[in-house]
Design a protein around this ligand. Sequence first.
Ligand code: FMN
Length: 208
Amino acid sequence: MKRKKGWIAGIVVIAVIAILFGGYNLYRYPAMFRSLPDHSLNDSQVEELREEIFSQSDVKVLVAYFSYSGTTRNVATALREKTGGDLFEITPQDGYSNVYMESNSEIRRNERPALTDTVENMEDYDIVFVGYPVWWHATPAPINTFLESYDLTGKLIIPFCTSGGSDIDETMPTFLHSCDGLAVYGERRISGTSQIDGWLSELGLIGG
Ligand SMILES: Cc1cc2nc3c(=O)[nH]c(=O)nc-3n(C[C@H](O)[C@H](O)[C@H](O)COP(=O)(O)O)c2cc1C
């Protein structure tokens, strides 16, 4: 009898640990159990569009970004200066009073928070940089709202992020989920503005 009770207690302890571990992981990775199909263009389609855009004499660039505490804004501002493009800040209408809880819930529920402004002349741009901080190993939900608010077909979409350490690869499933039929290219985590020249040169946007 004592042995049976011991077994039951052991099973209960293991079940409790499993539930706590699962809950913790779900909190840390809120996009973990979502289905995230990627219908963006394949590499050869992206390359074809890239060549077409780069052969134009006048390539128009937009640097769109979301930033909560200013780091991504600094990168976006430097990027705008170096590319000679236009700058657009993606701003959620409601802001965040408890950023950790609210952003986590938005990502888990696949929400699309409303934004304050729109890019009126989106059709003018050939290349759209889209910058954001990594949130919960994913893209902040306002980025998904932005990507789904325009017809971005025929443009090169270049994601960049800042983070406390996570690489941009971690965020690509949630980013690409909002990129049906789009050409996504050259994504990069930027940990300091000194990295921008090297990246732009790899992209073929500045000489060097
Ligand atoms: C709600 C929230 C979630 C975050 N999640 C991550 C994460 O999963 N991985 C990471 O490396 N950094 C994470 N960070 C840190 C930010 O990505 C990092 O500080 C970023 O550079 C901030 O950019 P910003 O100043 O433009 O908002 C998180 C920050 C916040 C506020």
